[in-house]
Structures are given as C-alpha cells and as structure tokens.
Ligand binder design. Structure first.
Ligand code: FEO
Length: 383
C-alpha cells in the first residue's frame, strides 16, 4: 500500500490474536503497522509482532528487492512493535538502528544486545536526513512507554505517531474509528493523560498532513477530528452527553432497579448506557465511564466487600485517573449493606468527582421507598 510515492505501508494484520496485550478482546483482529521511506537512504519504521516476522520481511523485499534498508527506526519497544528486531538485524546486518537511549537499554533486556556497533541514538529534536526526506525526532515518554519517540517528516508533513492515534482492529476492519480508538486509548494509554497533553502541545507546532500510527488506519483527512478527541480523552473531559449505569446483580433485584432507573431517565430524554459488569467486555464499560459525564454504580455487598466485578471495574477506573464526573450509587444488601461506603472509599482519591445527594439502598428487593429514591435520583441526574 502506498501512502505516497515514497512512503509505503509494510505492516501486517493479525487475525489470530485472542487477547491484545494479554487482556483486550479484538474481535476484528489487530494491525501492526510498519512503514518504509524510500529515498537516497531507506528507512523502515518499527517492526511487527514476532509471529509475523516472515511476512513483514517479505513486505520489505517486495518494495526494495535487493536493496538493504539504511536505517531501522524503533519508536516503541513494546513487543507488538519490537518483536521482529532480532530477525531484521540478522536479515540486514548493515542497517543502522535508530532509537532513544532508553530503547537501546530495553533492547539489551529483551534481546541481550543493545546493538552497540550499529546504533544511532536520537533524542528530542535530533534530525536524520534520508535525501529529500528529513526526519525530526520527538520524545513522547509514556505514550505509552518511557522510551517512545515519534518522528516528523517535514517534506511530506507526516507524523509517525507510534501508539498515539492507534486503534484495535485489523486494517480491513469495517468499523467506526472512534469506537475502537477510544477503547484502545482509554484501556492502554488512559492513565497517561498529562504525557499525551504534552505530546499534543508539540504536535500543535507542526504542520501535519498525514498521521501514520502503529495500529489502525493511516489518517489523512479531517485530522482536527482525531486530535480533538485526543484532547478530550487526555484531559479526562466529557466526550458525549449521557449517563452510564454500571452494575452487577446476583439474583436480578439490583438489575430491576437499574432497568427502572434507566426507563425513568430515558423518559426524561436522557441517553443511557447500561453495562452488566459480569457479562460485558470490561474494556467497553471502562471506555463508557470515561466517555460520558455521569455514572451510576449499582452493586451488592459481597463477603463484606463489593461484588468482585464491581471492584475490578472501579480499580480499572482509579488506575486510569478517573475524574471530573457526577457519580451516584445504588446498593443492595440483605443484612448489612456496605457497598456504597466501600465504593466511595475506593473513589476517594479521584479528582473532581461530584456525588449525587440521593443514594439508593435496597434491602434484598425493591420496595416503595426504593421506587421513590430512584425517582428522585433520576431527577437529580437530569439536572
Ligand atoms: Fe502498540 Fe504500546 O504498543
């Protein structure tokens, strides 16, 4: 695939993977992107998961035939991109390897060598001329590992953005960009809002026409749309109006309360998204919590704690710096309900959470008082 006359796509699609990064389901597969700039000197950007090394090397040969690349640029050392470095290094023994000094340290950890005799160490503002194309390296620590560099090519105005602006899904997946880019961003990079903001500030100073990420499609049109979403996500802002209800229910009584609340809210014209935490994709539920501005946590007391799926859900939120939301609780307990106080405690270090005045306490099954509480809570959530 040509990105331009001189910039080629040489990545691979992975339809075999069950869990990306060991935890995220990827029903439409995953793309490990890799690029080639052909000029007087030839540069390859990043490798691919080692299971696809043969396919990737053959992609390089089909573009270059007998010519050996001059530079392999390693922007990120996570194995989905670094897994074929050793294979490449053996295949092309004269190619220089370009990376940050931290990345070379990681190569030593992964492969037992930092390629000392072939390394070109780059840092913020370093440049590398390929002929007509000139590369400038941008440090982007924690987007999403500390060694990350991105690369700006000024002749064609291309930003090689490492994991930033990536998404789940193979390149031929016919699906909404934002849906799978949001799940990817919140899941994988969500904790690192400030480093992403720092990167966006650097990117704002560049004239960018094309973004080449390491996952998902190459972005060429309407770049402001993607950049604005990244601004919202990295600042923990509210992307969409609506209310998320995340719940667990053991015998269906908490579920009944949730459904009733959702009906009341929908009758008032609110958009409501419900996630049954025991059954849904947890990453979707986490994504929703960061997408909308209001959230209701509904769960039972269990073993003197909250129900396990709710504990897991809240842990996912707090470790990703959950903040800036209106929060409400529905709890259920047959003899000593304590779920609400435990959930509040779990959220106590989150910044800028506003708590609804109404909280719903069910003692086993919904009663008339609960119905009234739900009605008042619905009104409060609509304000
Ligand atoms: Fe796509 Fe952080 O690796």
């Amino acid at each position: 695939m040509d990105i331009s006359k001189n910039i080629k796509y040489i990545g691979v699609n992975d339809y075999e993977i069950d869990l990306f990064e060991g935890q995220y389901i990827v029903p439409n597969g995953m793309a490990y992107n890799s690029y080639l700039i052909i000029d007087e000197n030839v540069a390859v950007f990043d490798t691919v998961d080692e299971r696809f090394a043969d396919e990737w090397i053959s992609n390089i040969y089909s573009e270059l035939e007998e010519k050996e690349p001059d530079y392999l640029i390693i922007q990120h050392m996570e194995p989905d991109h670094s897994g074929s470095i050793m294979r490449f290094a053996k295949e092309f023994p004269n190619t220089k390897i370009v990376a940050s000094s931290r990345a070379f340290g990681m190569m030593k950890n992964f492969f037992g060598t930092g390629f000392e005799d072939r390394q070109v160490v780059v840092s913020e503002g370093s440049t590398l001329s390929l002929g007509e194309h000139e590369l400038t390296f941008i440090e982007a620590p924690m987007v999403h590992w500390p060694e990350v560099i991105m690369t700006y090519e000024k002749t064609e105005k291309v930003l090689f953005s490492a994991d930033a602006f990536g998404k789940f899904g193979a390149l031929d997946a016919d699906e909404d960009w934002a849906c799978e880019a949001r799940r990817y961003y919140i899941g994988i990079v969500g904790k690192y809002g400030m480093p992403v903001q720092n990167l966006l500030k650097k990117a704002a100073a560049l004239d960018i026409k094309t973004i080449c990420p390491l996952h998902g499609p190459i972005l060429k049109d309407n770049l402001g749309y993607y950049i604005d979403l990244y601004k919202t996500w990295s600042s923990y802002g509210i992307e969409s109006e609506g209310i998320v209800v995340a719940y667990t229910s053991v015998y269906g009584n908490t579920k009944k309360a949730v459904e009733l609340l959702a009906k009341m809210l929908e009758e008032k014209g609110q958009k409501v998204t419900i996630n049954d935490l025991a059954r849904c994709d947890m990453a979707e539920a986490v994504e929703d919590a960061f997408r909308y501005g209001k959230i209701v946590f509904a769960t039972t007391t269990y073993n003197g704690d909250v129900f396990p799926f709710m504990r897991e859900f809240i842990n996912h939120l707090t470790e990703r710096n959950f903040q800036n939301r209106l929060v409400a609780f529905i709890e259920n307990g047959s003899w000593a309900p304590m779920a609400t106080s435990i959930m509040k405690k779990m959220l106590e270090n989150c910044k800028n959470l506003e708590y609804a005045n109404t909280s719903v306490k069910i003692m086993s099954a919904l009663n008339a008082d609960n119905m009234e509480q739900l009605k008042i809570l619905a009104e409060e959530l609509c304000k």
